[in-house]
Design a protein around this ligand. Structure first.
Ligand code: FE2
Length: 297
């Protein structure tokens, strides 16, 4: 097995010396995502937590099925991971302010996160990732897609790798969430907060993952505006080339949610995209955003 798990073996049921079932890691796709079974997230041990973290840093997203996970479990898990960033825009769960609600009512047309993006890249210290729990699902549809930005970087042609070496980019969320922004022009606008906030951060276009050291392409179509030292117009040709090249045939995975499904992903390793193909049905997910660290080339 190489360090990125690309050649992971078929799962084998393993038990430790106490006879307890140990975790099994099954890749979701050749270069992105892993399904982890044989673990109860709410009560996992410290060594299981370490193994889960490493798997998410490498594969980008981990999926857990048939989990019982109360709001208290959700918050406890986020704190245990290393801290919670409260999202400034999503509505918060009334009783539990650390939990953001990602929901779409049956009579709403627009969903949250319905295009490829990376959460919180507009923050100086972007959130590490999210723990997303399915609470109410449509009868079908509403899948989530992830794309691996380490595999995306690897697949870039050498001349583009050279062109972006040392380049930095500016990210903001203002155009998405402000009073006349993208969401405000839809029926999702009324549900969101933070229209007056100002955000902005500069990050390297290619970062080293803080834990694996792997090179990751770190621009995204949601929040990356321009390269430092270039206007938006000057930046667009290369930016669009990168956004297009970042989605290869084999660096994506797709999750079909079921009751009891939890996904945890790494914003440095992946982009994600929430499918909006369940019109007329309600969908509600609970999200805790995990604190991250400063990013460097
Ligand atoms: Fe998102």
């Amino acid at each position: 097995m190489d360090s990125f798990g690309v050649t992971l073996q078929k799962p084998v049921k393993q038990r430790n010396s106490q006879g307890r079932e140990t975790m099994k890691l099954t890749p979701m796709a050749p270069k992105c995502g892993v399904e982890i079974s044989g673990v109860t997230l709410a009560t996992c041990s410290d060594s299981e937590m370490d193994e889960i973290k490493q798997a998410i840093y490498e594969h980008g997203v981990a999926v857990f099925r048939n989990q019982e996970f109360s709001p208290e479990d959700h918050i406890r898990f986020g704190k245990r991971w290393g801290g919670i960033d409260v999202n400034n825009y999503f509505p918060l769960q009334e009783e539990y302010n650390e939990i953001a609600i990602v929901k779409k009512e049956a009579d709403e047309q627009t969903n949250i996160g319905g295009a490829w993006h990376t959460d919180h890249s507009y923050d100086q210290i972007p959130a590490m990732g999210s723990v997303l729990v399915a609470r109410e699902l449509p009868p079908q549809g509403g899948d989530t897609l992830w794309a691996h930005m380490g595999a995306a970087y690897d697949a870039l042609p050498d001349d583009i790798k050279e062109e972006i070496d040392g380049l930095e980019a500016f990210h903001t969320a203002d155009h998405v969430y402000k009073a006349d922004g993208i969401y405000a022009q839809t029926d999702m606008g009324k549900n969101l907060r933070g229209q007056d906030l100002k955000t902005g951060a500069v990050h390297p276009v290619v970062i080293r993952h803080p834990h694996t050291g792997r090179k990751m392409l770190y621009v995204n179509g949601g929040f990356t505006i321009n390269f430092v030292g270039q206007s938006r117009e000057e930046s667009l040709p290369l930016l669009q080339k990168l956004l297009h090249a970042a989605l290869t045939d084999d660096n994506q995975c797709r999750l079909q949610w079921k009751p009891g499904t939890i996904a945890i992903w790494d914003n440095r390793t992946t982009w994600h995209n929430a499918m909006n193909d369940y019109q007329g049905h309600r969908r509600e997910m609970h999200r805790i955003t995990l604190s991250g660290e400063a990013l460097a080339a």
